[in-house]
Design a protein around this ligand. Sequence first.
Ligand code: NDP
Ligand code: MG
Ligand code: MG
Length: 332
Amino acid sequence: MAELFYDADADLSIIQGRKVAVIGYGSQGHAHALSLRDSGVDVRVGLHEGSKSKAKAEEQGLRVVTPAEAAAEADVIMILVPDPIQGKVYEESIKDNLKDGDALFFGHGFNIRFGFIKPPAGVDVCMVAPKGPGHLVRRQYEEGRGVPCIVAVEQDATDKAFALALSYAKGIGGTRAGVIKTTFTEETETDLFGEQAVLCGGASALVKAGFETLVEAGYQPEIAYFECLHELKLIVDLMYEGGLEKMRWSISETAEWGDYVTGPRIITDNTKAEMKKVLGEIQDGTFANNWMKEYEAGLPEYNKYKKADEDHLLETTGKELRKLMSWVDEEA
Ligand code: NDP
Ligand code: MG
Ligand code: MG
């Protein structure tokens, strides 16, 4: 069973006694910087030349310096820029500003797990990863609650890294909800697998295949959109609230029977065998290396896939139909 930690297990004064640099001010960066500041922590934000969020961070009362200045001033450096550029930011701005006893923090284990960042031995390497988008992390903190976090220590140079990580998690409200201990390896591999096989890759491929099947059989795209995409939210909300049991309690007996007999014909043993292959390619670094190569080449394939889906009938149909539903907020 997972080990859980709450407010009483974490000592906020540890992080209050450090100087924290938050590099990046996007989804996670703004939430961490503002909530740490409100928890009485000495925070500066490190942003690159021409940053779009610099003005916002300053408006919100934070001091903004360059990533290198932030790393030099601070003894806890949290890297919250996009994963594919973290290696470059580390090489250019952080590496030469690390001293023994400093701590390098991450919100996701990708660069450490696959060796794109190799910190020196004298530095603590920790992860505090909220299990929710940054805007929820910040809103929950302001409301006196928190989003659960997972916390890991990859390198414990000071023998105090875990207490430091828990203290940081407390500073962003994570221990109010509960913190689960993990490792960089477990977090990175399960995160990549989940988003590829189930949440993003699996779900969008399932929706597209269902939609295409109905449209190719001559049904109206608008009807197919409602059945295969729109209603998915209702089902997922029920699963989120009460697992498969609550979803099955809420749907009709006919739908439940179809769930039992047809689900396994769609997600078959072959699908699971492919999932195992996908997991293998995550574990052996194939996925990470291919993705970094694609990123460095300027995203040629990525842009092709993106364009193809933008033009898909599912998407053009949905764009029109969502205009009929005033409660569906495109910006949300
Ligand atoms: P975002 O894309 O939202 O934010 C990126 C930030 O990095 C922006 O402020 C951007 O600047 C800045 N940036 C871009 N390039 C540079 C640079 N060269 N130097 C300094 N800053 C730069 O990132 P996320 O918050 O989504 O992700 C950050 C980390 O958190 C990742 O490791 C991610 O895996 C992890 N994470 C993300 C979650 C999420 O919900 N999004 C959930 C859990 C973990 P600009 O001001 O120009 O926009
Ligand atoms: Mg992810
Ligand atoms: Mg129906």
